[in-house]
Design a protein around this ligand. Structure first.
Ligand code: ZN
Ligand code: ZN
Length: 647
C-alpha cells in the first residue's frame, strides 16, 4: 500500500480543488494500492487564526484588488517567504512529525509554502525518502514563490506555464505538463457534452461570486433575454438564493436557480457559455469543458495568468458591468455562433479533461521509484555533500563493479598463453579490465643481459610488434567481451641482491619505453603517457617462487610520491606492510599460466572506461581486493568451465 500525502491550503480556490481531484483520481486508479490523505496544516495549526488570515485574503481581493496586488508582488520580488519560514516553526514541527509518522511514499504540494518547510526539515542532511511533487495550480504569470522552493518535479497546467518555469531556470527534466487536475466528471465530456453547433436556444451558466447588487442585475438581464436560457449557481448565500428564487418565480423554464452544487462539471459541459471570475479552478474547468467564458473579474497578480491563458487563444471576453456582459454574450452567439465555434475549437487545444488521471498515474509511478531507494544514513548524506562541495569528483552515475587484473605475462616473455589466448581466457571469465605486462629487462645490467639470452623476456626487436598485437587485441577484447585491454610492461631492474632489485609495472602504455632509463625516468615516461606506475611484488614473498625485489620498498621515501600504486597482493602473497603504510594499492595474479587465475585480484567501483579506471586506482577510492577462485562451490565471481585451469 503506497502512502500519499497531499498538502493544501484554503487560500484562493485552486489549491483545495486540485488536491481533492487528485485524491479522487488516485482512489479510482488504484483503490487497493494507495492510501491518500489531504492535509491543510494552516487549518490544523492555526485554527481560528487561519480563518482570520483567510478572511483578510478574501476581503483584500474583493474590496481592494490593488492592495492585494501589492502584497502579491512583494511576495514575488523579495525573499520575505523564505525569511518568514522560521516564523512558521509550529507548522514545520507538525509537518516533520507527520512525515516521520506516516513515512509517505509520495508528498504532493498544491500550495508552495510546504516546499519551504520540507527544505527546512531536511536541512539536517537526511535524504528525503519520498517523491516530492509540486502541483502548480496557477498559470503563466505564476508567482516565483512556486518554483523558488525545492521539489523533485513540478506539474504544471499548460505549456505556457512550463515556459515560465524554464525561463526561471527550472531544469526541463523537473517539469511535466499534464493539465490542471479537474474533476473526474469531465471525463464524460464525450457522452454528455455539447455538439459543435450552437442550436436555437443557447444556454448560459452564471456562477455568482461578485457582490449581491451586481449579481441581481445580471440575473434580471438573463431572465429577460428573449432567446437564451440560463442557470444561476448562487453558492452558500442562503438569502441571495431565496431572493433570486423569488425573481425567477413563474419563469423556471427560462432560469434555473441552484444553491451550492457539486455538479459544476456537468453544468459546464451542458452550457454554451459561462459568466464568472477568473479563478484558477473555474478557468481550468471551463477549459476542460471547452465552455467559452465571459470573465467578470480578474484578481490582479495570481488570476492574471488564468485570464492570459484564455486571451492568448482568442478565448477571453472581459466584461465588468452587467450590460457589457450581455453584449459580450450577444457577440459570442451572433451569426449562428460563428465566434462561439471558433472559441470552442481554440479551447480544444488546451482541454485536458483527463489531467487528474494522468497525474494520479504519474504519482503512483514516482512513489514506486522512490520506494526502491533505501534511505541513506544521515551522516553519510552530509559527508558526501561536503566532499562534493570540496571539489572531489562526483561519483559516476554509470559506476559499476569492475573485476581487474593488471599484471599478466604472455608468450612474448615467460607466459604460457599468447596475447589472443589471454584475451579469450579472461574474457570468458567476464573480467572487465586486464593489462598484459611482459617483462622487459635493462640490458645495461649484467643480469638483464643474461635474462635476455634465455628468451624469456621481451626482446627489444619485438617490442614494436608486441604493441601492435596488443592494439589489435584491444579492439577484439572490447568487441567480443566488453573487456578493456591495456598494453603494459614490467620493467625488471634486477641486481645481485633483493635490496637492489626492482620490478615496476607500466600500465596502459601507448608506446615502448627505453628500459635502460633510470626508475624515476621510466616513471616520468609512464606518467607522460598517462599510464599508471605500480610497484610489483614490492615486499617479501611468503611463497618461494621468485627472488624478492625490495628496492622500491627500501626507497619508499623517494618512490612513494612518484608511484601511482603498490601491489598489496601478488598471486598468493599478501604484503601487509603496504597496508600498514597506507600506500595506494592494487592486487594482481602475476599470471603466467592458467592455474594462476586462482589468485588475488583488484575490484574497482567506477565507470568502465580507461580514464575512469586509472583515476580510480590513483585516487585509491572504491578499490578492493578479492581472492578469485574457480567455482568449486559456485563462485560469486563469474566462472565458466575450467578445463584449461588444470594445465
Ligand atoms: Zn615481476
Ligand atoms: Zn610479473
Amino acid at each position: 500500500m503506497k502512502r500519499i500525502l497531499i498538502f493544501t491550503a484554503g487560500f484562493g480556490e485552486g489549491h483545495n480543488t486540485a488536491a481533492r481531484n487528485i485524491q479522487d483520481a488516485l482512489e479510482t486508479v488504484a483503490p487497493d494500492e494507495a492510501h491518500v490523505e489531504i492535509v491543510d496544516l494552516f487549518e490544523s495549526c492555526y485554527g481560528r487564526f487561519n480563518g482570520v488570515i483567510r478572511q483578510a485574503y478574501l476581503t483584500a481581493i474583493n474590496r481592494t484588488p490593488l492592495l492585494w496586488k501589492g502584497i502579491y508582488s512583494l511576495f514575488d520580488r523579495t525573499t520575505l517567504v523564505e525569511d518568514g519560514v522560521s516564523a512558521l516553526a509550529r507548522m514545520r514541527r507538525s509537518l516533520d512529525w507527520l512525515l516521520r509518522e506516516v513515512q509517505p511514499d509520495a508528498v504532493l504540494c498544491t500550495y508552495p509554502i510546504y516546499n519551504y518547510l520540507i527544505e527546512e526539515i531536511f536541512r539536517d542532511g537526511r535524504r528525503k525518502n519520498f517523491s516530492h511533487i509540486t502541483v502548480v495550480t496557477d498559470s503563466i504569470t505564476i508567482n516565483s514563490f512556486w518554483h523558488r522552493g525545492p521539489s523533485d518535479v513540478f506539474l504544471v497546467p499548460n505549456e505556457e506555464t512550463a515556459v515560465t518555469l524554464r525561463a526561471a531556470g527550472v531544469d526541463e527534466a523537473r517539469i511535466a505538463v499534464f493539465g490542471f487536475p479537474v474533476q473526474l466528471d469531465f471525463l464524460e465530456a464525450k457522452e454528455i457534452g455539447l455538439g459543435e453547433e450552437l442550436g436555437e436556444v443557447p444556454r448560459v451558466l452564471y456562477i455568482i461570486n461578485s457582490g449581491k447588487k451586481k449579481a441581481l442585475k445580471i440575473v434580471r438581464l438573463l431572465l429577460h433575454h428573449p432567446r437564451w436560457r440560463a442557470t444561476v449557481v448562487v453558492g452558500r448565500d442562503r438569502a441571495l438564493f431565496e431572493e433570486i428564487l423569488r425573481l425567477a418565480k413563474g419563469s423556471e423554464e427560462k432560469l434555473r436557480v441552484l444553491g451550492w452544487t457539486e455538479k459544476i462539471p456537468e453544468l459546464l459541459l451542458t452550457h454554451h457559455a459561462l459568466i464568472s471570475k477568473a479563478g484558477g479552478a473555474t478557468v481550468q474547468e471551463a477549459v476542460a469543458a471547452r465552455c467559452p467564458m465571459v470573465v467578470t473579474q480578474v484578481v490582479p497578480g495570481q488570476e492574471e495568468g488564468n485570464f492570459e491563458l484564455l486571451r492568448r487563444r482568442g478565448a477571453a471576453f472581459y466584461a465588468e458591468k452587467p450590460r457589457q456582459i450581455m453584449e459580450a454574450l450577444e457577440e459570442l452567439f451572433a451569426a449562428e455562433g460563428r465566434l462561439w465555434k471558433r472559441v470552442r475549437s481554440a479551447l480544444a487545444g488546451i482541454s485536458r479533461p483527463d489531467a487528474s488521471m494522468q497525474i494520479a498515474q504519474f504519482v503512483l509511478d514516482r512513489a514506486a521509484i522512490e520506494n526502491a531507494a533505501p534511505e541513506s544514513l544521515p551522516g553519510f548524506a552530509r559527508m558526501s555533500r561536503d566532499l562534493l562541495s570540496n571539489g572531489a569528483p562526483e561519483p559516476q552515475e554509470t559506476a559499476q563493479v569492475l573485476l581487474c587484473d593488471f599484471h599478466i605475462h604472455s608468450t612474448y616473455s615467460d607466459g604460457r598463453l599468447s596475447v589472443g589466448e589471454i584475451v579469450d581466457f579472461y574474457g570468458q571469465r567476464s573480467f572487465d579490465c586486464i593489462c598484459i605486462t611482459d617483462h622487459i629487462v635493462d640490458q645495461t645490467r649484467f643480469i638483464g643481459r643474461v635474462c635476455q639470452l634465455t628468451g624469456l623476456v621481451l626482446s627489444p626487436d619485438r617490442v614494436g610488434e608486441y604493441f601492435e598485437v596488443l592494439q589489435r587485441e584491444k579492439e577484439r577484447a572490447w568487441r567480443k567481451y566488453r573487456m578493456i585491454l591495456f598494453a603494459g610492461l614490467e620493467f625488471n631492474k634486477d641486481g645481485y641482491r633483493a635490496k637492489s632489485s626492482a620490478h615496476l609495472l607500466g600500465i596502459d602504455l601507448q608506446s615502448p619505453i627505453d628500459s635502460s632509463l633510470s626508475l624515476p625516468e621510466i616513471i616520468a615516461e609512464i606518467r607522460a603517457q598517462e599510464g599508471l606506475s605500480v610497484a610489483s611484488h614490492p615486499h617479501k614473498f611468503q611463497s618461494v617462487w621468485g627472488p624478492n625485489t625490495l628496492y622500491l620498498w627500501e626507497n619508499q621515501e623517494q618512490f612513494a610520491p612518484l608511484l601511482d600504486a603498490w601491489e598489496i597482493a601478488n598471486r598468493d602473497d599478501l604484503f601487509a606492510p603496504i597496508g600498514l603504510k597506507r600506500l595506494p594499492f592494487i592486487a594482481n595474479s602475476d599470471f603466467h599460466k592458467p592455474k594462476h587465475i586462482d589468485s588475488w585480484k583488484t575490484v574497482l567501483f567506477c565507470e568502465k572506461e580507461p580514464k575512469a579506471i586509472k583515476e580510480c586506482v590513483r585516487l585509491n577510492r572504491n578499490v578492493a581486493l578479492t581472492l578469485y577462485r574457480r567455482h568449486r562451490f559456485g563462485s560469486l565471481l563469474r566462472c565458466p568451465d575450467e578445463e584449461l585451469l588444470n594445465a
